[in-house]
Write a protein that binds this ligand. Sequence first.
Ligand code: PLP
Length: 394
Amino acid sequence: MSDSKSLRNYVAPHLRDIPRSGIRDFFEIVSGRKGIISLGIGEPDFMTPWHIREAAIYSLDRGATTYTSNRGLMSLRKAIARYIEEEFQVAYRPDDEILITVGVSEALDLAIRALVSPGDEVMYHEPCYVSYNPVIRFAHAVPVAVTTRPENGFALTREMLEAQVTPRTRVLILNFPTNPTGAILTQSQREDIARFAVAHDLVVITDEIYSELTYDGAERGTIAACPGMRDRTILLHGFSKGWAMTGFRMGYACAPAELSEAMMKIHQYTMLCAPTLSQEAALEALKTRDDTTHMRQAYEKRRNFIWSSLEEMGLACQRPQGAFYAFPKIDRCGLSSKEFALKLLDEEQVACVPGSAFGECGEGFLRCSYATDLEAIKEAMTRLARMVKRLASP
Ligand code: PLP
């Protein structure tokens, strides 16, 4: 164990080949540079609303510094049950079907570990959030990416899934609204996927983290509420995006009791419970819908601006229906997505994430986050348009 070369041999082999997140890699290049406008980060620019921060402060002031029950505060679980039933029309018991976690990140890891054995296949749609593939591999399962395309709004259809399902497939991960494409599902697309899951006896993990952020009056819905799905779905949600609470690390999983119990087992031995003061803050967050409504309206304005700017400068972009990302196609500029993002950074001081960070099929795209203020977005679009023009007429 004397030098770092030999230490590498001590790292579990299945970890050695998993690359670091493409987003982190890119932001190491960005960090330290001055005068950059960042459309890179997937994090709300809003400060957590004051009444929520105040609840966290009061909880410390009252001395709420001990563990909570493993599942989390009962008051919070009850509030979540009410919220999910009102918003998604699906009911979960606070006692044994709701588990409070350290962000959706922990909930996702628990769900995968609770469901798969080595060699099982887990399907998910790509381009997608950077964690799905590694989390599946950490559990010694096999990731199966189903490519979605801009031509049909990055939708996931039953035909696409049927083409890749095998007898080893156990789980399907869904994320609508999608990071990075902003795609959502219609109710009939959702029902079609539900029929597919029932036909192949799969469990669905649905990551609803952006579900507060949908635009153009889109109806809210989850696959958990489709016929036959409640008892084969793990619904993941959290406070990071819709409530601008990323640093609180608050998430939760709603699942039928037996699956919830399996996740609980891992959570209780590895995490014990989610942070108490963050749970108190989350309880306060659920007392009003005003915060999420206000932020959603601001994102929608920015979405309108960024989407029309991209189209005007000739970068084809699916109109994002949710989340806070635009995912324009940049391949006509003759550069890879990483080359394009680096050039944009060097020549125009604008940071966006190369589409390739979100899976192979993200190559040729760029992720522009509009979780930043409108004035900065306007300046970033002026600079991006300038570069696109230069590339078009070398
Ligand atoms: N799921 C998706 C689709 C995300 O985009 C993110 C963060 O960017 C997460 C989960 C992680 O959320 P959390 O902060 O709750 O761990």
